[in-house]
Design a protein around this ligand. Structure first.
Ligand SMILES: Cc1cc2nc3c(=O)[nH]c(=O)nc-3n(C[C@H](O)[C@H](O)[C@H](O)COP(=O)(O)O)c2cc1C
Length: 185
């Protein structure tokens, strides 16, 4: 299995960072594309240097539109953008593909592969909502970073894992990240 992970400059890079480590543990071939703000926010919020991600995945340069993932002929099982800024969300929703991240998302949509978008902003204005609607209509799955509390989390990582588990579920990846509702707690 082969997945592309996009990390943008929205708050919540801990979700992307945790997902990448989970995919590594699960033995899944992972490509990561950072926007420049994505790198900065990861460092700011998590104290993690983006170079560290090389331990877990192949990092692709967001400026390199020659990378294989920019072409539909390079087969992947899809892409997740986590966290997704309103800036990147707006670009993809409007067909802009001038970075490797936005171009890859566009390719994933046109090839009818799975595109999971984890937007992060609050509150949302009408243009944000319209862009999300457009993406949903084009086949993307909009998965807000909005963890539930019914598993009675006590620590932040339990909230983070909640979202990471839902992303893995979206790709039908077997995991033991979080007990499911109705199963053992
Ligand atoms: C600490 C920090 C947190 C941010 N959080 C958000 C956010 O939650 N959602 C959002 O849409 N933008 C957020 N931004 C603003 C984006 O980083 C900014 O719009 C940027 O242009 C996004 O670029 P990108 O889409 O290329 O990553 C944040 C910026 C900073 C510095």
């Amino acid at each position: 299995m082969r997945i592309v992970v996009g990390i943008t400059g929205a708050s919540g890079s801990v979700y992307g960072y945790t997902l990448i480590r989970a995919l590594y543990e699960l033995g899944i071939e992972t490509y990561v594309i950072f926007t420049s703000m994505g790198e900065k926010v990861l460092e700011f919020e998590c104290g993690v240097n983006p170079e560290e991600i090389k331990k877990y995945a192949t990092i692709l340069n967001n400026k390199n539109l020659f990378a294989p993932v920019a072409s539909g002929s390079f087969k992947t099982d899809g892409m997740v953008i986590v966290p997704c800024s309103m800036n990147t969300l707006g670009a993809i929703a409007n067909g802009v593909g001038d970075t490797l991240l936005s171009r890859t998302a566009s390719v994933v949509l046109k090839e009818k592969r799975k595109l999971v978008i984890v937007p992060r902003e609050t509150p949302l204005h009408l243009i944000h909502l319209e862009n999300m609607t457009k993406l949903a209509q084009a086949g993307a799955m909009i998965m807000p970073a909005s963890p539930g509390f019914y598993h009675r989390p006590k620590e932040i990582w339990e909230l983070v894992n909640f979202i990471v588990a839902r992303i893995l579920d979206a790709f039908d990846i077997e995991h033991e990240f979080l007990a499911r509702w109705g199963e053992k707690h």
